[in-house]
Design a protein around this ligand. Structure first.
Ligand SMILES: NC(=O)C1=CN([C@@H]2O[C@H](COP(=O)(O)OP(=O)(O)OC[C@H]3O[C@@H](n4cnc5c(N)ncnc54)[C@H](OP(=O)(O)O)[C@@H]3O)[C@@H](O)[C@H]2O)C=CC1
Ligand SMILES: O=C(O)[C@@H]1CCC=N1
Length: 268
């Protein structure tokens, strides 16, 4: 066992997590291994992140006790079946697959200690929001191992597994909603005459600043909204438009839709 952590599936999320882990100094690139079926992707990840990347998953299972499953949910069963003979009881498996339950994961890898995680994509810039649930064999030490990774790239909470669908709806899928908001705010700026570059940077910094304010002050978002709305001013005109067009309702329904989809995926 020469590696500290191994990622099966070197796609978008694995790249984001590995970049975050290396940038934060938790593990060095020579302590990380990955496996990936697609040859051009193997070459890209090996060159970009400086880690060892293999075609098959057996080498990885033999090289590390800490395996991250970062393939698509529908690929999990086949991946675990392929390495079953190499999985021992001291293997810790961290699955980031949406909707795949601990019971399902434990049925595919009955000897292993398993922790189910819902991270999010901004782990690549060390600003991730994650939650996890422990499987029946996972120890507190295993949870600390996983927490060390998740806290290195952002914040994390342990939750009951039944709440991971809600986590997926809010923070797992959430970066996509935020990117849509940034894009749309930028469009508004361009409509009103700003250059695209300046409009996008102003929009992104505005979401970042608002998010930092809530996290650092602990204030209620409604109170902070009220502070921005000057009586008879510009903001309340915009807030009226957002209420008329159902921004809040759209976001609440979006979170519900993603959470319900995650729960439905878990029934398969
Ligand atoms: N994207 C996100 O923001 C988030 C994703 N997740 C979860 O993370 C997981 C990965 O998502 P994401 O990174 O977006 O997906 P990607 O499709 O980008 O990454 C998965 C990678 O695994 C490869 N792969 C497929 N089969 C195997 C195999 N047998 N062995 C090794 N590699 C294999 C895929 O190759 P190929 O494409 O050729 O099949 C692909 O490159 C998913 O389960 C998702 O639910 C969780 C939170 C956020
Ligand atoms: O869209 C998805 O299914 C994955 C899980 C959460 C974010 N992306």
């Amino acid at each position: 066992m020469t590696k500290k952590i191994g990622f099966i599936g070197a796609g978008n999320m694995a790249e984001a997590m590995i970049k975050g882990i290396i940038d934060t100094g938790l593990y060095t690139s020579d302590e990380i291994i990955a496996s990936e079926v697609y040859a051009p992707r193997r070459k890209y990840i090996a060159e970009k992140l400086g880690i060892e990347v293999h075609e098959g998953n057996e080498v990885l299972a033999k090289s590390t006790k800490f395996i991250v499953l970062s393939v698509k949910p529908q690929q999990i069963e086949e991946v675990l079946a392929g390495i079953k003979g190499h999985l021992k009881k001291d293997h810790l498996i961290m699955s980031i697959a949406a909707g795949v339950t601990l019971a399902t994961l434990e049925s595919y890898a009955p000897l292993c200690k398993i922790i189910r995680v819902m991270p999010n994509q901004p782990c690549m810039v060390l600003a991730s929001a994650s939650a996890f649930s422990r499987g029946t064999k996972a120890t507190s030490e295993d949870c600390s191992t996983v927490e060390n990774v998740l806290k290195a790239v952002g914040i994390c909470y342990e939750v009951k597994e039944s709440l991971l669908d809600a986590v997926t709806g809010v923070s797992g899928s959430g970066p996509a909603y935020a990117y849509m908001m940034i894009e749309a705010l930028s469009d508004g700026g361009v409509l009103m005459g700003l250059s695209r570059d300046v409009a996008t940077k102003l929009a992104a910094q505005t979401l970042l600043g608002a998010a930092k304010t809530i996290l650092e002050t602990g204030e209620h978002p409604g109170k902070m909204k009220d502070i921005v709305c000057s009586p008879g001013g510009t903001t309340i005109e915009a807030v009226k438009v957002l209420e008329d067009l159902g921004l809040r309702s759209a976001l609440i329904n979006a979170v519900e839709a993603a959470a319900l989809k995650s729960a439905e995926m878990g029934k398969k």
